[in-house]
Write a protein that binds this ligand. Structure first.
Ligand code: PMP
Length: 393
């Protein structure tokens, strides 16, 4: 049996038609399959590999950590230096009120932890989220996902969830003193890259402050420089009460976190004690890797170049078949008329060595979210390939 057949038979599947490419190596913005065919990676593991694949500083940090220890104890009991060093580095680069990092092993778990923290801190039960939002696939995170299609087969989900329209000023009035928290992506990703309207996030922040609801911003996909500032919320003049991190947080290793003020976070320590616990959160190797990736992101001045690279993509992506290009820095969505058109384009691009995909709530849109340091010549090459594919349709 081929590896592909074994994959389809023995590895749990999430779709009836997985891409099933057999990638055997990746470096920087490139990947190679088992036959040695090269691909430009335009999606970076959906915003995981912001610093590219196998960044040397990340590899070194992993090697150093594995010489010390792998896993020693469940999260929260022992002083583990990689966790401490990374939490210090992150909170040094965050507003003062975001000073306590609770580590998880994934983005979904960060969402789960934040929802529990908000309920525990406020003593309230209602959670507000937005249509076309994605915060993870576990049952709590699924309960606030903004799409009936993905929720219906798994009901009943959590009670007391209210779904509002992202960017609706009018709907903000529905946030009340019953609301524990409002969870929003700073820039909606799976909606096909949907940034907040002018003034909407500040209005949301104001409404949360008025009602005592905590504002939870999900930067699992849009954080770590992806949108052209270290944190996307910096562009909108708001500070959340809880920040969700994941994906690029581990620089290619599994890691998630929710970050808040210590006075809020400490409510998880009592009544009940161990209010939120997990085994693998803040895995030492993930934290060492993540910290090295984070330091490289800052040291190599990656973030200031993001807007220029995004502009280069935008200037090259002009074609009658392209309806719109949405972008928030290097989180970009090229919108076509239908999923069928988009899927044809994606398949042809993969044939020609350009790796992309579509969005959960915008299947008609092509995802472009490459490593943030993708060289300009690779941007040109991939856009030429996209245009030549479009010319053949
Ligand atoms: N929030 C957002 C915005 C995401 O994009 C994702 C992952 N696609 C998650 C949460 C969930 O993260 P994970 O898949 O690591 O559980």
């Amino acid at each position: 049996m081929t590896n592909r057949e074994l994959f389809l038979r023995h590895v749990g599947q999430t779709s009836e038609a997985p891409l099933a490419l057999n990638i055997t190596r990746a470096e920087g913005s490139l990947m190679w399959d088992a036959e040695g065919k090269e691909y430009i990676d335009l999606i970076a593991g959906i915003s995981v590999c912001n610093m590219g694949h196998r960044h040397p500083a990340v590899l070194n940090a992993i090697r150093k950590q594995i010489d010390q220890y792998l896993h020693i104890m469940v999260y929260g009991e022992l002083v583990e230096n990689p966790q401490v060093a990374y939490a210090k580095a992150l909170t040094d680069r965050l507003p003062v009120s975001l000073n306590s990092v609770f580590y998880t092993a994934s983005g979904s778990e960060a969402t789960e932890g934040a929802m529990k923290l908000a309920k525990r801190y406020t003593g309230r039960t209602q959670i507000v989220s937005f249509r076309d939002s994605y915060h993870g696939s576990t049952q709590g995170a699924l309960s606030i996902m903004g799409s009936e299609y993905w929720q219906q087969a798994f009901r009943p989900l959590l009670p007391d969830i209210l779904q509002l329209r992202y960017n609706s000023f009018e709907d903000l009035a529905l946030i009340t003193d019953q609301t524990a928290c409002v969870v929003a992506e700073t820039v909606q990703a799976e909606a096909g890259v949907n940034p907040p309207a002018n003034g909407w996030l500040t209005a949301l922040r104001k409404r949360c402050s008025e009602t005592g609801a905590l504002l939870v911003l999900d930067e699992i996909q849009c954080g770590f420089g992806r949108c052209g500032t270290l944190w996307a919320f910096e562009q909108y003049d708001v500070v959340p009460d809880i920040l969700l991190l994941g994906k690029a947080l581990g620089a290619g290793m599994p890691l998630g976190a929710f970050v808040s003020d210590k006075k809020i976070m400490d409510t998880l320590t009592h009544n009940p004690v161990l209010g939120h616990i997990n085994t693998f959160g803040g895995h030492p190797v993930s934290c060492a890797a993540g910290l090295a990736g984070f330091e490289a992101l800052l040291r190599e001045s990656v973030v200031p170049a993001v807007h220029e690279k995004a502009s280069l993509f935008r200037s090259l992506l002009s074609h009658p078949l392209i309806r719109e290009v949405h972008s928030a820095g290097l989180m970009m969505a090229v919108h076509f008329d239908s999923f069928d058109t988009n899927k044809k384009i994606i398949d042809k691009l993969i044939e020609r060595g350009v790796f992309t995909d579509w969005f959960l709530f915008a299947p008609h849109a092509l995802r472009i979210a490459p490593p943030l340091q993708i060289p300009d010549d690779m941007i040109r090459r991939s856009c030429e390939t996209i245009l030549s594919v479009l010319n053949e349709l």
